[in-house]
Design a protein around this ligand. Structure first.
Ligand code: ADP
Ligand code: MG
Length: 209
């Protein structure tokens, strides 16, 4: 699978840290702005040179969807994302990760970390969540997707409320964004068939009904 970031950024993984180098100063600024907040769900910022590189704590983890997505992991992800959104909440918008693909969400023991904020931006939380759940729609059988997505939204909404009309709008936009990125950058073979994935997407649209 080719990587959207490869041409613009490079990563050097060291024993305890990771150096991320940037060729686009705006990518640097977006990431730096997030790591500077020192949130609990992001690796610690160990050093930087503006606008060229960041040195981050190395998370000894795996992409969370490479591991079983059980009820505990779903609850943890919903709580972690809600905490991330709440930390930057203002006037109905928050900092959204935007590129919340599984490789940018690392699970280390029972803790989840978000990395790679070069596309992060202020937006509606519904934009981040509808996009995140599309990765599940491509992975899981319908009954599993429905159970997991319901559990996720219930837990998330214990912390931040979501708006149904905004959800419908965000769902449409996230599907366009998701499909455009897959067409542009390629993707691993989805586990769900095209028909199952379509049904899953329809279910996700109605998740807040
Ligand atoms: N702090 C980190 N801890 C552990 N692995 C990391 C860390 N930062 C990046 N990586 C690894 O490097 C990969 C690419 O880094 P990422 O920041 O996502 O850059 P890109 O913009 O190229 O996607 C990640 O998917 C992850 O495997
Ligand atoms: Mg990445």
């Amino acid at each position: 699978m080719s990587d959207p970031g490869l041409s613009k950024r490079s990563i050097e993984v060291r024993a305890k840290s990771v150096i991320k180098r940037f060729s686009d100063p705006e990518d640097f600024e977006r990431e730096y702005a997030v790591y500077k907040l020192e949130l609990s769900m992001t690796p610690r910022l160990l050093g930087w040179q503006e606008p060229l590189w960041l040195e981050l704590e190395r998370i000894d983890g795996q992409p969370y969807l490479d591991l079983p997505l059980d009820a505990k992991a779903v609850t943890s992800l919903a709580q972690t994302l809600a905490r991330f959104h709440r930390a930057t909440w203002k006037n109905g918008e928050c900092l959204c990760h935007w590129d919340n693909q599984p490789r940018n969400i690392l699970k280390c023991e029972d803790t989840l970390f978000f990395i790679d904020f070069s596309e992060s931006r202020r937006a509606r939380p519904e934009d981040d969540i509808t996009h995140l759940l599309l990765f599940w729609a491509s992975e899981f059988a319908s009954s599993q997707l429905e159970r997991l997505a319901r559990a996720f939204s219930e837990e998330y909404r214990r912390h931040i409320s979501l708006d149904r009309i905004t959800w419908l709008d965000a769902s449409k936009e996230s599907i366009t964004r998701f499909d455009e990125r897959r067409a542009q950058y390629g993707h691993p073979e989805p586990h769900a068939s095209e028909k199952v994935c379509l049904g899953n997407r329809l279910f996700l649209r109605t998740l807040l009904d």
